[in-house]
Design a protein around this ligand. Structure first.
Ligand code: IVH
Length: 710
């Protein structure tokens, strides 16, 4: 290949690569695989090595070019990089519109009663200004003080979603955007014969940020606080190779420094479309809103879905869509009147510490958790915050009753940032580590050289964990989305201590946990609420009474449906059930089918245990609607009678006989006692027959029995 041919091939390769860059990095589409794209780049690189004077600055091979810098050059912005006014509520936004209506009247003498808006995501990254000369990347700069920034071109060029050459817009595309031929010619003049400057936000995705921090941790480096810091650090470091390794992204949010070009676009919405056609990534979520109600809806929608975005946003930016109004409304101080940052609810708020509880972890470690006066922070209601350990409490200087600042950033667990010591009243109480475990009452110790306090009972956490896991499990209350991992997490975060706490959880409590997006949090809360309508036997089984399996639980549920449940009760009143079963003596329990002394003892103990009574009382306030078999009590011919079956029957099975008896209100027991009313003796009746005889209990044969139940 001679130089002339190489030149042609190089041009073709550059065009092709830049087309695929646009598809891949801007439109999230791919026509050819990454591997294929890499081999095109490789061919280009080799050709450029062979003919170094054919290398141009806009070549894709030049994204990572140049040696590390000593420092960044300062440069003046053609148009000042402004900041934004903040709004925090719908009334702030309304006031803003009112002010603009007034200013409009003052400046034009005309009336206007509303504006159309273009609502955008407010990305939390670093503002960057990129200039193109004759359609080629010229330089990239930071905001600096708004007037003078730093030339960070070599790092900005490493961001793949920034084109090195502006994309050629087709006739068709101009037409689609509604530009006339004359307007198109004028726009192209700026692009190809002059310069244009665009502004946008460099961001780092949550995923890249997390993997970067993982790496840092491994290398023993200090971790970065958030993606914004990570971007700022990456853009403002001196080696482009490092910037290149920190995969960043760039979203454009405006044309700058050219009023005429803006006038041609007419609206911010059309400007966004034009920028996208020039090869930039514009935000798909951005939306035209024709009134404040729609602005409000957009804000709520974005806030609800913010966690599903790849990157962090801290609100929206509401812009007056008609660009000709921008110069009418003007700028006050450092911020324009024609746009407003509409921030999400505060992520730092003050609240009071009502109490500190100690939560046991898997390893027996006791972790202090602050119980807070509930507050809304970052859009969620928070009533607890972890305090980690005694050292953290000391570091904060925290006491019970203190006013504190808590923070909830993005989706992370709320943390206590600061104690407002000036607000103390003298009512504050010192926080003391417990000497006995709040879970099991065993001794607590602090090993020498360790921060943590530990419960000395090795099974402490395990017992509660097992009980809770059993309660929510499939065969029991069957709460979808509440596996063992989640139970463990909830226990560790002190969100649940026992079963009744499950029903007190709120979406806000869960959202604060890692990996709980809005949707899964509300799904879980609905699943928990839904479990209140289970069959009674599942609930009894879920209580985890010793020796009570699913079948015995069914027997207990039947027992209550037939003899305990009030006929006016649509659903089981668990408090009534508790009272009813508390009256059962050890002997009474053994009247239930197949309930021996072991079960009787366990049930008697369970229903007389203070903790269990307390739990059932708490649960009874949660509005359970547990279902039982519908028993028609009017017809209970055999109510109060107890039967024992022995031997085999010819016209029906023993199970059928049992069911029939239960239907008629009789109890069926496994063993003969003085409480037995009848023994039904089939053929080959055994010892039960003899016992009945000795106790003088009436014995029925099959025929007599059929007669009785007719
Ligand atoms: S418009 C007038 N649009 O927010 C200056 N800014 O708090 C604002 N930002 O420095 C430019 N997303 O870096 C605009 N969709 C968006 C934005 C956005 C994020 C940043 C921008 C600015 C900061 C102001």
């Amino acid at each position: 290949m001679n130089k002339g041919e190489a030149k042609k091939r190089i041009e073709k390769l550059k065009d092709e690569i830049s087309h695929h860059r646009y598809l891949y990095h801007v439109l999230d589409k791919e026509e050819i695989s990454e591997g294929a794209l890499d081999s095109l780049k490789n061919e280009l690189y080799k050709l450029e090595q062979a003919y170094p004077n054919l290398i141009t600055a806009d070549s894709p091979t030049q994204r990572v070019a140049g040696k590390p810098l000593d420092k960044f050059e300062k440069l003046s912005h053609k148009e000042r990089m402004l900041s934004l006014f903040d709004a925090f509520s719908s009334s702030d936004i309304k006031d803003w519109q009112e002010r603009n209506i007034k200013v409009y009247k003052e400046n034009t003498g005309r009336d206007i009663d509303k504006f159309e808006y273009y609502c955008e995501l407010k990305l939390d990254g670093l503002a960057i200004s990129v200039t193109y000369k004759n359609s080629k990347f010229f330089r990239g700069a930071t905001r600096g003080d708004g007037k003078v920034g730093e030339d960070v071109s070599s790092n900005v060029k490493t961001i793949s979603s920034i084109p090195l050459e502006l994309r050629k817009i087709s006739e068709e595309e101009y037409k689609d955007l509604g530009f006339s031929e004359a307007e198109k010619v004028e726009i192209e003049k700026y692009i190809y014969e002059d310069s244009i400057e665009i502004r946008g936000e460099a961001v780092m995705s949550k995923a890249v940020f997390e993997s970067l921090n993982k790496e840092y941790k491994k290398e023993g480096k200090a971790v970065l606080a958030n993606p914004r810091n990570a971007v700022a650090g990456s853009i403002r470091q001196l080696d482009p190779k490092v910037a290149n390794s920190r995969k960043m992204d760039f979203y454009v949010y405006g044309l700058s420094a050219n009023k005429r070009l803006r006038d041609l676009c007419k609206t911010r919405a059309r400007e966004d479309k034009l920028l996208a056609l020039l090869g930039f990534k514009a935000l798909k979520e951005n939306k035209v809103c024709t009134n404040l109600k729609e602005v409000e809806d957009f804000q709520n929608y974005v806030e609800k879905n913010r966690n599903s975005l790849d990157f962090i946003i801290d609100g929206t930016v509401v812009k007056i869509n008609d660009l000709s109004l921008w110069s009418v409304l003007g700028v006050v101080g450092k911020a324009p009147r024609y746009m407003m940052a509409y921030k999400f609810p505060a992520e730092q708020v003050t609240t009071k510490v009502l109490d500190v509880i100690w939560q046991i972890g898997r390893t027996g470690t006791l972790t202090p958790t602050a119980i807070l006066e509930a507050v809304k922070v970052g859009g969620a209601v928070i009533s607890r915050a972890t305090l980690h350990n005694m050292d953290e409490i000391k570091r904060l200087g925290l006491k019970i009753n203190d006013t504190i600042i808590i923070e909830r950033a993005g989706d992370v667990i709320p943390k206590v940032v600061k104690v407002m010591k000036n607000l103390r009243t003298g009512e504050e109480k010192k926080i003391i580590a417990p000497s006995i475990c709040p879970q099991c009452g065993s001794k607590v110790e602090q090993k020498e050289g360790e921060v943590a306090y530990r419960c000395t009972n090795k099974n402490c956490f395990a017992v509660k964990f097992k009980a809770l896991s059993h309660f929510v499990s499939k065969g029991a209350m069957n709460i979808d989305g509440l596996g063992e991992k989640v139970v463990e997490k909830l226990m560790q975060e002190a969100l649940i201590k026992d079963i009744s706490d499950l029903y007190e959880l709120s979406v806000g409590d869960l959202e604060a946990l890692e990996r709980f997006a809005d949707k899964s949090a509300s799904n879980l809360i609905s699943a928990i609420a839904e479990s209140k309508e289970r069959d009674l036997y599942r609930f009894i089984y879920a209580l985890g009474i010793r020796h009570i399996g699913e079948e015995s639980a069914q027997n207990l549920a039947d027992e209550y449906s037939y003899y305990g449940k009030d006929k006016d009760e649509n659903y089981v009143n668990i408090l009534n059930m508790l009272n009813f079963f508390q009256k059962y003596s050890l002997e009474d329990w053994q009247v239930l089918p197949d309930f021996g002394p072991k079960l009787a003892e366990s049930l008697y103990e369970f229903f007389h245990d203070e903790k269990n009574i307390e739990l059932i009382k708490k649960l009874s306030k949660e509005g359970f609607q547990l279902k039982t078999k519908d028993v028609n009590k009017k017809d209970l011919k055999l109510k109060g009678k107890t039967f024992v079956l022995t031997g085999s029957l010819s016209s029906l099975t023993r199970a059928e006989a049992k069911d029939k008896l239960k239907e008629l209100g009789a109890k069926v027991s496994g063993s003969v006692s003085k409480n037995t009313s009848y023994v039904l003796a089939g053929s080959e009746a055994g010892s039960k027959y003899d016992k009945a005889k000795s106790l003088g209990i009436e014995i029925l044969n099959e025929e007599q029995f059929l007669d009785l139940i007719k």
